[in-house]
Design a protein. Structure first.
Lengths: 530, 672
C-alpha cells in the first residue's frame, strides 16, 4: 500500500474528521426535528469507496457503528460500482442494520472525474414517520404499527426527490410533512457538503494519497483501540441487570453479559438474556453493538481516538437471535434504548471486575420519553422531550446530576421555548430531585423533577421509561439510587402511572415527572478508604 | 496623543500615536493587580500624562473574576419552581464518553438562589401576579443575613415583559440600597431561560469587581495628571466611556481578542481590503475572525468556563494552536500538535526556562524561521540547541532529520489554523478565496502564507507592529452599544409594520442609552433580525439597512432570509416554507474621531541572507526589514521580514511589498 508522509497523514486525517463534524453541525443547526436539533440524535460520516466509515461526527454514542451497519445491506443489493451521480441509498429498517424507524440513513456516493471516491452519510431521528400514533406509538405490537419502513434501497435525487415519487410517497405517510421533509433536505445538504470537502481534499493531495490516508486512518484507530484494550487484565467477566417489565406484564426482563478480554480484543456475549417481547422495548442488533462499543470505548480508551470502522475491529458482539437484544421481525423496537441501557449496565458491571477504577456505578441510565400531543384546529401539535437522571458515582467523584443518559445526549427544551410553541400545557416546575442519588463514598447523581400544568382537554400523554421498579444498584458497597415515578394530580387525586403507557389528560391536571438517581460507589461509612 | 493599553496574561502592551509618530512599550503584566501594569507601561513609554487626549484600555479583569471565581457574593432570584435552573443547565454533556463527567460550575450556588411566586407569559401577559409584600418575609430575611454584595434577577419570560423584574428591582432598592442589582431584562432580552440566567448571574457577579477596578485605575490616572477621555474596550469590538463600562462588566469579558480584530480591520481597510480573515496567533491559542465589508460579525453564543453568555461579542473562533503548542506523537503513531501548550511558563524549550517538550516555536528555530539574535527584536534570549534537543526523540521515531520533523510539525500547526479559518468561512458558506488574510500576534505572520496557500487565499496583509496590534486596535474602536430583544413575528402582511414599530422603539432606546453613557455623538444605527423557518430551533442573522424599512414588504423579508439560509446551509428558498423573526438586535455606533496612522515603530535597515528549511529542503533567503523592502521596491520569497514584535515568513512563489501605510503586503506570484 502507498505510504503517506506523516504530515500529510495528519493533515488529511484532520480534514476528514473536520468534514464529518461540519456535516453534523449543519444538520443540527438547520433541522426541524427537536430530537435532532436539541438532542443531537443524528450522525454524519465520510466513508471510503468500499463503504467503511472513515470519520464520523461524534454526536451521540447510540450511533456508533450504525452507519456501517445500514450501508452494507444497501451495497449488497445495489453494488457501489453501479451507482451514478445523484444516486443515493436510503434505509431505516431495524431488521436490515437499522436502529428504529425514525432514524433514516441517507448515503450519497461521491465522484471525482467520474470515479467513485467515497460516500457521505447522515442519519437523523425524524419527528414523525407515520405509524399508529403521532411521534410515538407505545401500543404498537409490531414494527409495522411504528411507522413507514424504508428497506435498503437506491434512488436518484433528481428523479425521485424534490417532488419526485419517493418524496411524495413519504410525504403522504407522515403527519408533519413540512418539518420531516425539511429534515430530509437538511440531511441531503449535509451530504453534499461532505462530498465537496472530500473532493477538495482529493484535488489537493491526489485521490490516491487520500485513499491511502483513509486506509491508514482505519488502521490507526484500530491500533489505538487495541493498545488500550491490551492494558486491561485478561479474563472472563460477568454482569447482569434487568428491564422493569415489558409494559404489559410485571415480570423483569433480565439481561446478561459475558465479557471476555483476551489480549488486545474484547468479546461481549449476551447469552441468557430475556426472549424478545411483544412491546417496543426490543433492541435491534445494531443498537446492541453500539451499546457494547460505547462501554468499551468509555471505560478503556482515550476519547480522542477518532471513531471509525477500524476502531470497531477489536470488539465483537454476539446475542442470541430472538432475544430482546437481537429480535426477530416483526417485533416493535421504538423504545430500544430501554433494553440497550440494561445491556450497557450489564457490560459495565462486568468491566467493573476487570478495571474497578475506570468504571462508574449503575445510573438511572434510562431514556425517559415524554410525548404530549393535541389535535387542535391547525392540526397536530406534538411535543417530545427526552429526560435522563443521575449518573452512577465514580471512584473519586459523585455522579453527575440531572443529565441525559450515557448512550444519548439530549439537551432539554427551554421552558420559554415550550411556552412560545405550545398553548395546551405549561411547565410549572423543573428542578433537581433531592435525596435521589444513592449514598456511598461517592454519591450517585440526582434525578430531576418536571411538572406540566395541562391547559386543554384531550391532551394525549405517551411515555416510555424504566427503573420504576428496579433501582440502579451501587458499586463496591455504594447504595442504590431512587426509582423514577410519573404521577398525575387531578383535583385532590394522585394517579400513579406505569413506566410505559399512554394516558388521556384533562385541563387542570398536573403531570409530575420524577426521574431516578444514580447508584453510589464505595461504602458510605468509610470516606477515603480504598 | 492617543494611547491604547492592552493587558494580556504575560505582557502589558502600549501603543501611542500622535501625528506620524508611534511609540510602543511592553512590560510584564502584574496578574494580581493589572492596573499597576497599566501604570507601569505608561511610565516605561515615558509619556507625559497631560499630553494624552484619548486613552483606551482593555483588560482581562472581568473574565479572570469568573475564571478564578473571585467575583462578588451574589444572590439569584428566580421564578417559583425553577430554583435549580443554574444547576440543571441544558441536560446534555460536552464530553459524551466521559463517565466522570461534571457540569460547568455556576457562579451562584443553590443556597444563594431564592424563588419568587410569579409568572409572566410568553406574550408578556401576566399569568400569576407578583405580590411584592410577600417578599418582605423570608426573602428579606435571607438577603439581609446572607452577606451579599450583588443580586441577579432573572424571571421566566422576563424578556417579553420586564415589569415583574423591575418591580423586584425597585423592592430591592428600597429595602437593600447597598446591593448592586442586575436584572436579566437589562442585560439581554432574549428567550431561553438558562442562558439568560447564566448571563445575568455572571453580570451581577463580576459587576462590583469590574467597577472597583475601573474606579481605581481612573483614580491613579487622574492622580498622575491625566485629564483626557478614558474608555474601556468591549467584547463587541466597540468601546464605552469608563464610567459607563463600570456599570456593564459582562460586556467587556472578551475585549482582548476584539481589540486585535478592530486593529486588523482598520489597517487592512487603509490598504483597500474590506473582506478579510484575521489571524491572531499567540503563545497558547489562535483566534480567527471573518470580516465582511470591514464589519466583523457579532454572535450572542459565547461562553466562559462552560457558562453561556448571551451578550453580543465579535464572532471570534479560538483554537488551541499557538507558538507554545506541544508537538508529540500519540499512541497510534500520529504526529500531533497541541492542544496542550507550554504556555508562557515554562514556555518552549528554546526559552530555557524549564520547558523540555518540543513546541511550534522550537520548530521554527530549527528550521531557521526564528533567529535567536532577532527574537522579539533581540530583547529575549532563545537557544537553538535546546530546541534541537527537544525535537530529537521525535526525529528518531519517524527516522527523519531534525529539520524534516520540525518542518512537518509546522505543517500540522498550519493545518490546525486552516481548520479554525474553515470554521468561520466554509462552515458558514463563505469561500476563503474571496478574503485577504491579516495575521498578527507574535506568531501569526510566520504561518500566514502557508495557511493562505492551503485555503487558496492570494493576498496577505501584515500590519506594522503586528505583535502589538491589539493595543492599536483599542484606538480604532468605535463607541458602540448593542441591544437584543426576542419578539416573535411571523413573516406575513403585518410583519413590515411590526418590524418598523420595533425598530423605532429599539432605536430610540439605543439613542437614549448612548446619551446616558455619556457619549456626545449622534450614533449610526444598525439593525439585525434573527430569523428561522417555522419549526427550526436556531436562527440566522439577517441584516436590514434602516433605509430599507420604509418600503419593506413581507416577501422582501422572506427573500433576504432565504439568501442567508441558503448561504449557510445549502438549502431553502423564499417559497421553501413559512419563516419567522425571533429576535431583533440594534446597534448604536459612533466613531471616536480621526485616527492617526500606525507606522512601523523603529527605523529599519536592510539585512543579510538567511537559511530556512521549507518544503523539504534548505533554501537561501533574504533577511529583510520593511524599510529595505520599500527602498528596493519589493522582495521576492524566500525571505524573512523581521521587526521588533514579530517575524513574517515569505516562501518562494510569493512576493512582498510595503504599501503607503507600512503594511507588508504579500501576494502569490501567478504561475504561467
Amino acid at each position: 500500500m502507498k505510504l503517506v508522509f506523516p504530515a500529510d497523514q495528519a493533515v488529511i486525517a484532520q480534514g476528514l474528521v473536520a468534514a464529518a463534524r461540519e456535516m453534523g453541525v449543519k444538520l443540527i443547526r438547520s433541522a426541524y426535528s427537536p430530537v435532532v436539533r436539541e438532542a443531537s440524535d443524528c450522525a454524519a460520516a465520510l466513508l471510503d469507496r468500499h463503504g467503511n466509515v472513515v470519520a464520523q461526527a461524534e454526536l451521540i454514542p447510540m450511533q456508533l457503528g450504525s452507519i456501517g451497519a445500514t450501508f452494507k445491506p444497501c451495497a449488497k443489493l445495489f453494488p457501489p460500482e453501479t451507482l451514478v451521480e445523484g444516486d443515493f441509498y436510503i434505509n431505516n429498517d431495524p431488521y436490515h442494520g437499522g436502529q428504529h424507524l425514525p432514524d433514516v440513513f441517507l448515503f450519497s456516493p461521491i465522484f471525482l472525474d467520474g470515479a467513485l471516491i467515497g460516500f457521505a452519510a447522515t442519519v437523523a431521528h425524524h419527528l414523525d414517520l407515520g405509524g399508529g400514533a403521532p411521534g410515538l406509538n407505545p401500543q404498537a405490537s409490531d414494527v409495522h404499527q411504528e411507522g413507514l419502513i424504508i428497506p435498503p434501497s437506491k434512488y436518484n435525487h433528481a428523479r425521485d426527490w424534490s417532488g419526485g415519487p419517493l418524496e411524495r410517497l413519504i410525504r403522504a405517510n407522515i403527519r408533519v410533512p413540512t418539518q420531516t421533509i425539511g429534515d430530509f433536505n437538511a440531511q441531503f445538504a449535509a451530504n453534499f457538503c461532505g462530498a465537496e470537502r472530500l473532493r477538495a481534499l482529493c484535488a489537493k493531495f491526489g485521490p490516491g494519497t487520500v485513499d491511502a490516508a483513509m486506509a491508514e486512518l482505519l488502521d490507526y484507530s484500530e491500533r489505538r483501540m487495541r493498545r488500550a484494550i491490551a492494558q486491561a487484565p485478561d479474563g472472563v467477566y460477568y454482569g447482569a441487570d434487568a428491564v422493569d417489565d415489558d409494559g404489559i406484564g410485571d415480570q423483569p426482563l433480565p439481561v446478561h453479559a459475558t465479557v471476555t478480554i483476551a489480549g488486545d480484543s474484547v468479546h461481549v456475549d449476551f447469552a441468557g438474556t430475556s426472549d424478545q417481547v411483544a412491546t417496543n422495548v426490543n433492541c435491534p442488533f445494531a443498537s446492541t453493538v453500539a451499546t457494547a462499543l460505547t462501554v468499551v470505548k468509555s471505560v478503556l480508551t482515550s476519547p480522542d481516538i477518532p471513531f471509525n470502522e477500524g476502531s470497531m475491529r477489536p470488539v465483537t458482539v454476539a446475542a442470541p437471535y430472538g432475544c430482546i437484544l437481537n429480535p426477530k421481525p416483526p417485533a416493535p423496537v421504538r423504545a430500544r434504548l430501554t433494553s440497550s441501557y440494561r445491556a450497557y449496565n450489564a457490560v459495565m458491571k462486568a468491566m467493573a471486575q476487570a478495571v474497578p477504577d475506570k468504571v462508574i456505578a449503575t445510573g438511572f441510565d434510562t431514556t425517559e420519553a415524554i410525548c404530549l400531543s393535541h389535535l387542535g384546529p391547525d392540526g397536530y401539535r406534538i411535543s417530545l422531550e427526552i429526560f435522563g437522571g443521575g449518573y452512577g458515582a465514580g471512584p473519586e467523584q459523585d455522579g453527575c446530576d440531572a443529565v441525559d443518559s450515557p448512550m444519548s445526549n439530549c439537551g432539554n427544551v427551554p421552558v420559554e421555548a415550550l411556552d412560545l410553541e405550545y398553548d395546551f400545557f405549561r411547565v410549572s416546575a423543573y428542578g433537581l430531585r433531592q435525596g435521589s442519588g444513592g449514598p456511598g463514598r461517592s454519591r450517585g447523581g440526582l434525578g430531576l423533577i418536571r411538572h406540566y400544568e395541562i391547559l386543554a382537554d384531550d391532551v394525549t400523554f405517551a411515555t416510555y421509561s424504566d427503573r420504576f421498579r428496579l433501582a440502579p444498584q451501587g458499586l463496591f458497597g455504594g447504595e442504590p439510587g431512587q426509582c423514577a415515578a410519573t404521577r398525575v394530580k387531578r383535583g385532590n387525586q394522585i394517579i400513579d402511572l406505569p413506566s410505559k403507557c399512554s394516558f388521556a389528560l384533562r385541563k387542570g391536571d398536573v403531570l409530575m415527572i420524577e426521574t431516578g438517581g444514580g447508584g453510589g460507589y464505595g461504602a458510605p461509612e468509610s470516606p477515603g478508604a480504598a | 496623543m492617543r494611547v491604547g493599553i492592552e493587558v494580556g496574561g504575560t505582557f502589558t502592551d502600549l501603543v501611542a500615536v500622535e501625528g506620524g509618530e508611534v511609540r510602543i512599550a511592553k512590560v510584564p503584566s502584574v496578574p494580581a493587580r493589572p492596573d499597576e501594569g497599566a501604570m507601569a507601561v505608561l511610565k516605561a513609554a515615558g509619556l507625559a500624562m497631560e499630553d494624552i487626549d484619548d486613552l483606551v484600555h482593555g483588560s482581562t479583569v472581568a473574565i479572570n473574576a469568573v475564571l478564578e471565581r473571585k467575583g462578588a457574593k451574589t444572590a439569584f432570584l428566580v421564578t417559583k419552581g425553577f430554583r435549580d435552573l443554574l444547576a440543571l443547565q441544558r441536560h446534555n454533556r460536552r464530553q459524551i464518553y466521559d463517565l466522570f463527567y461534571a457540569k460547568p460550575v455556576p457562579v451562584v450556588g443553590q443556597r444563594d438562589t431564592f424563588e419568587i411566586d410569579e409568572r409572566t407569559g410568553p406574550d408578556g401577559g401576566i399569568v400569576k401576579a407578583l405580590d411584592t409584600q410577600a417578599l418582605d418575609g423570608a426573602l428579606a430575611q435571607a438577603l439581609g443575613c446572607g452577606g451579599y454584595e450583588a443580586v441577579a434577577v432573572c424571571l421566566l419570560n422576563g424578556y417579553a415583559n420586564p415589569a415583574h423584574e423591575q418591580a423586584v428591582a425597585a423592592w430591592l432598592k428600597a429595602h437593600f440600597p447597598d446591593l448592586a442589582v442586575t436584572c436579566s431584562s437589562d442585560v439581554t432580552r432574549e428567550f431561553r431561560e438558562y442562558e439568560r440566567a447564566s448571563t445575568t448571574t455572571i453580570a451581577a457577579y463580576v459587576q462590583p469587581v469590574n467597577k472597583a477596578y475601573i474606579d481605581r485605575l481612573a483614580d491613579s490616572l487622574r492622580a498622575a495628571g491625566f485629564t483626557g477621555r478614558f474608555s474601556i474596550m468591549q467584547s463587541n469590538g466597540g468601546r464605552l466611556p469608563a464610567a459607563a463600562s463600570a456599570g456593564n462588566a459582562v460586556g467587556a469579558l472578551f475585549s482582548g481578542p476584539a481589540a486585535g480584530v478592530k486593529g486588523a480591520i482598520r489597517q487592512a481597510a487603509l490598504a483597500g481590503y474590506r473582506d478579510i480573515v484575521t489571524l491572531d496567533m499567540g503563545g497558547t491559542s489562535t483566534d480567527v475572525c471573518l470580516v465582511n465589508d470591514a464589519q466583523a460579525d457579532l454572535t450572542s453564543e459565547t461562553e466562559v468556563d462552560g457558562l453561556p453568555i448571551r451578550v453580543p461579542a465579535l464572532d471570534i473562533v479560538s483554537v488551541g494552536a499557538g507558538g507554545g503548542s506541544i508537538v508529540w506523537i500519540d499512541d497510534g503513531g500520529m504526529l500531533r500538535v497541541g492542544p496542550r501548550s507550554a504556555g508562557a511558563s515554562p514556555g518552549p524549550a528554546c526559552y530555557e526556562r524549564g520547558g523540555v517538550e518540543a513546541t511550534v516555536t522550537d520548530a521554527h528555530m530549527i528550521r531557521g524561521a526564528i533567529r535567536a539574535q532577532a527574537f522579539l527584536g533581540g530583547a529575549m534570549r532563545v537557544d537553538r540547541d535546546a530546541a534541537a534537543r527537544a525535537f530529537e526523540p521525535l526525529a528518531r521515531h519517524f527516522d527523519m532529520s531534525l529539520e524534516d520533523i520540525a518542518d512537518s510539525a509546522v505543517r500540522v500547526a498550519d493545518a490546525n489554523i486552516v481548520r479554525a479559518i474553515e470554521l468561520v468561512s466554509t462552515e458558514r458558506g463563505r469561500d476563503p478565496r474571496d478574503y485577504v488574510l491579516v495575521p498578527y500576534g507574535g506568531a501569526g505572520p510566520l504561518h500566514a502564507v502557508r495557511v493562505a496557500e492551503a485555503l487558496g487565499i492570494a493576498t496577505i496583509v501584515v500590519p506594522p507592529n503586528a505583535g502589538v496590534l491589539s493595543a492599536f486596535g483599542l484606538l480604532a474602536a468605535d463607541f458602540a452599544q448593542y441591544d437584543t430583544m426576542t419578539r416573535r413575528v411571523a413573516v406575513d402582511a403585518q410583519a413590515p409594520g411590526r418590524v418598523r414599530k420595533i425598530y423605532a422603539e429599539m432605536a430610540a432606546r439605543a439613542r437614549a442609552a448612548f446619551a446616558a453613557a455619556g457619549i456626545d455623538a449622534e450614533p449610526a444605527i444598525t439593525f439585525t433580525l434573527e430569523m428561522r423557518y417555522v419549526g427550526q430551533a436556531f436562527e440566522v442573522q439577517v441584516p436590514l439597512e434602516s433605509e430599507a424599512l420604509e418600503g419593506l414588504r413581507a416577501d422582501d423579508l422572506a427573500a433576504r432570509f432565504a439568501d442567508v439560509h441558503i448561504q449557510g446551509y445549502g438549502f431553502g428558498g423564499a417559497d421553501y416554507g413559512a419563516c419567522e423573526i425571533m429576535s431583533f438586535r440594534v446597534g448604536a455606533l459612533a466613531p471616536p474621531g480621526e485616527l492617526p496612522a500606525l507606522r512601523e515603530a523603529e527605523p529599519s535597515q536592510t539585512g543579510a541572507a538567511c537559511k530556512i528549511f521549507d518544503g523539504g529542503e534548505w533554501r537561501c533567503g533574504a533577511l529583510a526589514q520593511r524599510a529595505g523592502i520599500r527602498n528596493a521596491g519589493g522582495q521576492p520569497g524566500p525571505a524573512l521580514v523581521e521587526d521588533a514584535t514579530s517575524t513574517a515568513f515569505i516562501p518562494g512563489g510569493w512576493h512582498a511589498t510595503i504599501d503607503l501605510h507600512d503594511n507588508l503586503v504579500i501576494e502569490r506570484l501567478d504561475l504561467p
